[in-house]
Ligand binder design. Structure first.
Ligand code: IPE
Ligand code: IPE
Ligand code: MG
Length: 244
């Protein structure tokens, strides 16, 4: 903790929470048990980020590609999500956290959608931190979705195609209005983005750890932040330009 500079915290941390299945295998239990343990790590990480004063935490909980997993596993993941929403809404409220989501929510079943709606409603006035859950999320789908919305506006003569620029595209993504992630963490030793926040990660600092998501603790989070704080974000400039 004393290695962390509280004046240089990432405003927005995004996490690809990976390795639940391998954790289960390692402990010789079923994959679902791995996901359950993973859900506990979510609760602990949200608490730790809130305490540290992180403004935005985006968690990759379920990808559009994950729909293609075995039916039993998808069912179990949905039921864990349901449980999380049921027992964490109060907790989020207590901690002053606002819940947001990104992704194709219409693919979720209506009872979960209703719970998400209620959790958002219950936490909408909170301003200590935003927890942004990526559910049924795919980065390419998100960009296609944004392009379609813009095309429709052009067709309706609401905008002229010459007005289309990076800012406009950003404003039509699910993450509209949120700052881009400063730090992306991926657990479980995989070095890929798996279709996560493709547009938004353009200048994000990437951090990979071998820790499996169910084993991820506050110490792992602090290590990632400490690594982030040692880096120089140059955005294409020279080091001299940044430090002068
Ligand atoms: C991440 O753990 C959770 C989800 C993708 C829903 P995995 O289930 O992908 O775990 P591994 O990659 O099989 O170990
Ligand atoms: C990415 O993990 C999705 C989530 C963490 C929710 P995956 O386990 O689905 O990614 P791949 O298949 O290894 O790329
Ligand atoms: Mg995985």
């Amino acid at each position: 903790m004393n290695q962390i500079d509280s004046d240089n915290l990432p405003r927005h941390i995004a996490i690809i929470m990976d390795g639940n299945g391998r954790w289960a295998k390692k402990h010789m239990v079923g994959r679902i048990r791995g996901h359950k343990k993973g859900a506990q790590a979510v609760r602990a990480t949200v608490r730790a980020c809130r305490k540290l004063g992180i403004e935005y935490l985006t968690l990759f909980a379920f990808s559009v590609e994950n729909w293609n997993r075995p039916e039993q596993e998808v069912k179990a993941l949905m039921s864990l999500l349901d449980q999380y929403l049921t027992d964490q809404t109060k907790e989020l409220k207590k901690q002053g956290i606002k819940l947001k989501t990104i992704g194709e929510l219409k693919l979720l079943n209506s009872s979960i959608r209703e719970k998400i709606r209620k959790a958002k409603e219950a936490t909408k006035n909170n301003n200590k931190m935003i927890v942004n859950m990526a559910l049924s999320y795919g980065g390419r789908d998100e960009i296609v979705h944004a392009v379609k919305k813009i095309a429709q506006k052009v067709k309706n003569n609401e905008i002229d195609s010459r007005q289309i620029d990076k800012e406009m595209l950003s404003m039509h993504l699910y993450t509209a209005g949120m700052p881009e992630p400063d730090l992306l963490i991926r657990t479980s030793g995989e070095y890929r983005l798996s279709n996560f926040l493709l547009w938004q990660l353009a200048y994000t600092e990437l951090y990979f750890t071998n820790t499996l998501w169910p084993d991820f603790t506050k110490e792992d989070l602090l290590k990632a932040i400490a690594s982030y704080q040692k880096r120089e974000r140059r955005y294409g400039l020279t080091s001299e330009q940044i430090t002068k």
